[in-house]
Write a protein that binds this ligand. Sequence first.
Ligand code: MG
Length: 175
Amino acid sequence: MCYNGIKLSARAQKVRYLKMKKFNIYLDMDGTIANLYNVPNWLEKLKNEDTTPYEQAESLVDMELLSELLKSPLVSANILSWTSKGGSIKYNRKVRYSKLRWLQSHGLDMHIIDKYIIVPYGTNKAEAIGTRLNSSFYLFDDELNNRLNWMNAGGTAYGAEKIIEKIRFLLDLYK
Ligand SMILES: [Mg+2]
């Protein structure tokens, strides 16, 4: 009896879980949540394989608010970002680490983010996530080309403007 009770309860939980609509957010970093392009001499520094601009970048959104919204059980939140253009393998490894540190120091740590996908510069983001896209896959990215690739693969894409408002809207939509 007891066994049956547990079994039923697990099944009920599964049914409930399947009924719950979930959506997936993929956040770009540079120019979307991190203001890399506003760091003085950022390009020169990156060309000299200096990682400090990635760490010094200020946030473009209210990170506390963003973290709060991404904690919702309705969301699977992911980072989808590129390494540095033309950087060596060694430098790009450091870039990856700098980006992870930046996220952590801005409150987006492992409790909130499901996957950190940091791929070589120029990678088609729609192909980088290893899953077939549908309209519940939302990319936030300041680069038009990334958004076009994403939409061509069946996802939904937004620019870097009003991210908080858009996520609030989505949370309302999937509630
Ligand atoms: Mg970007």
